[in-house]
Design a protein around this ligand. Structure first.
Ligand SMILES: C[S@@+](CC[C@H](N)C(=O)[O-])C[C@H]1O[C@@H](n2cnc3c(N)ncnc32)[C@H](O)[C@@H]1O
Length: 249
């Protein structure tokens, strides 16, 4: 079974997730709107994290929709009105079949190496025929391949500290959707450029800090961290791969 690489009890974890949301929510919300999410929809948010997409869905599906938010740890989404927060593992716990018009996950599948398609199949089983599955996952290729040595070293060290995650897997998201039996698949990718000192850079800095005690001891990451603080620095960030598909009618 997969082991999640970030600790929800870390003092800055909620701030880290809130920064992720601030940076990544606008394109996510645009895609949810494009899929047609609206009043009455029944939505399942998997790996809900700090919960802002679940909250957006709750407001979008009023007055008679439904939002279920699943996570291994629901501390940041428990007690939200009109959101059914459910502590569960998408790979093992029961989810009601054919109960949702939309299933969404973001920055989740790359934490399930070897089990991505199994997770997608379980999400597909939860969809009604014709329902939508939207998944968004970060690909680290441009970061670890950067021509700025300090930047490449930082992200190579980060990836080494995350043995239970696969930041290259998102390249396969389209074929994984096919393997899960989805139809009408669309895949896109959006590349980020990280200017030091911005919320995007702060999200990445906290993402490294979260795993600092697991970084390889022989790598000096401080020059890379400096780039994250320097407003004159523009370095490649994640490419967020996005796949949208439908369950066959
Ligand atoms: C990087 S966070 C992303 C949070 C949120 N999706 C977002 O993009 O803002 C990944 C989340 O997935 C959850 N998670 C990891 N493995 C999971 C699993 N097997 N089942 C359910 N949730 C899981 C983690 O607890 C964490 O909240």
């Amino acid at each position: 079974m997969n082991e999640y690489g970030f600790n929800p009890t870390w003092s800055d974890e909620q701030r880290r997730l809130a920064l992720l949301e601030r940076c990544w929510n606008p394109p996510t919300i645009a895609k949810l709107k494009r899929a047609g999410v609206g009043p009455g929809w029944r939505c399942l948010e998997v790996g809900a994290g700090n919960g802002s997409i679940a909250r957006w869905l709750r407001d979008a599906v009023r007055p008679n929709g439904r939002v279920v938010a699943v996570d291994l740890d629901t501390r940041f989404i428990a007690n939200e009105p009109s959101i059914e927060a459910r502590q569960a593992n998408i790979l093992t716990d029961e989810i009601e079949p054919e109960a949702f018009d939309l299933v969404h996950c973001r920055a989740l599948l790359h934490h399930l190496p070897g089990n991505e398609v199994a997770a997608l199949k379980r999400m597909t089983a939860a969809l009604r025929p014709g329902g939508f599955l939207l998944a968004e996952e970060p690909y680290s290729g441009p970061m670890i391949g950067s021509r700025t040595p300090a930047w490449a070293a930082l992200w190579q060290a980060f990836v080494a500290a995350m043995p239970h995650a696969d930041y290259i897997w998102p390249l396969s998201i389209g074929s994984a959707f096919r393997a899960a039996g989805l139809t009408d698949i669309e895949v896109s990718g959006a590349a980020d450029v990280i200017q030091g000192g911005t919320p995007e850079a702060e999200f990445l800095r906290l993402t490294v800090e979260a795993v600092r005690n697991r970084l390889p001891p022989n790598v000096n990451i401080e020059p890379g961290i400096q780039l994250l603080r320097d407003p004159h620095s523009f370095e490649p960030g994640f490419v967020v791969y996005c796949a949208l598909g439908r369950k066959a009618q």
